[in-house]
Design a binder for this molecule. Structure first.
Ligand SMILES: [Zn+2]
Length: 245
């Protein structure tokens, strides 16, 4: 294997790792946003549950006021009934008392329904409140974890940059420039193996002269189809493009 090829493969290995780290680092703010969104959602759920319960409690109070008003009316009507001397007035008041009594029954039925509803809503609110409290604790841990992850990735990136430099520095600047241009343009695959006359970058068969040049291992050769740098792939090549050094 050409020494330049070996160096380029190692540089490429580190560049691929750096690109993967950058991608992961770029995703961290989004993950942090998700964590914060979850907290906001839980807070909103709790507030909604609280407000629903409060509305039911207000409705119950209003029903109680309505019931009390009717009870007062009944009391007054009974006094007036006692005082009146007219039969028809007495009868009319009696009918009103009955009507108010029926209304009270209806209102009390509604009140029981609302009280049951309030019980359910209270349970829902308690649950939402507990979940919100849990989220508050979770979000701190999760953000800390993401912070640690970012820190570790940055450290690893620095190490990769140092390792890359060791292999990149001895390379001719034109060779390195060409490689870097390809790495950017060819989605992180600047140098690829030639396997059975087929470029592993574009998967096209190269012409005979290219094949011979690559096999000769005298100079760097590019694929005439995709432009990538080619190296003659043998079973011994395995591991060399995996880096680790
Ligand atoms: Zn190609």
């Amino acid at each position: 294997m050409l020494p330049e090829v070996e160096k380029l493969l190692r540089v490429q290995h580190h560049d691929q790792r750096i690109a993967a780290i950058d991608k992961e680092l770029a995703g961290i703010p989004l993950l942090e946003e998700d964590v914060r969104d979850k907290l906001l959602e839980d807070e909103a759920t709790q507030n909604e549950a609280k407000s629903a319960l409060q509305q039911t409690e207000i409705a119950i109070k209003n029903l109680e006021l309505d019931i009390d008003t009717r009870k007062d009316s009944i009391t007054k009507l009974k006094v007036q009934q006692y005082e009146t001397k007219k039969n028809d007035e007495f009868t009319r008041m009696g009918e009103e008392i009955v009507r108010y009594g029926e209304e009270i029954n209806g209102l009390e039925d509604s009140e029981i329904e609302l009280m049951e509803q309030a019980e359910t809503q209270k349970a829902t609110h308690e649950k939402a409140k507990a979940e919100h409290e849990e989220s508050k604790t979770d979000v701190v841990t999760e953000l800390e974890d993401l912070g640690d992850l970012a820190k570790n990735l940055k450290k690893e990136r620095e190490e990769e940059v140092v390792k890359r430099k060791v292999h990149a520095d001895p390379l001719d600047s034109d060779v390195l420039y060409n490689y870097e241009r390809l790495f950017k343009g060819k989605a992180g695959q600047a140098i690829v193996g030639l396997v059975d006359e087929v470029c592993q970058g574009c998967h096209m068969r190269v012409v005979k002269s290219t094949y011979m040049e690559v096999k000769g291992e005298k100079q760097l050769t590019n694929c005439e189809n995709c432009g990538r740098i080619l190296y003659y792939w043998t079973d011994d090549s395995v591991g060399k493009d995996m880096g680790g050094y």
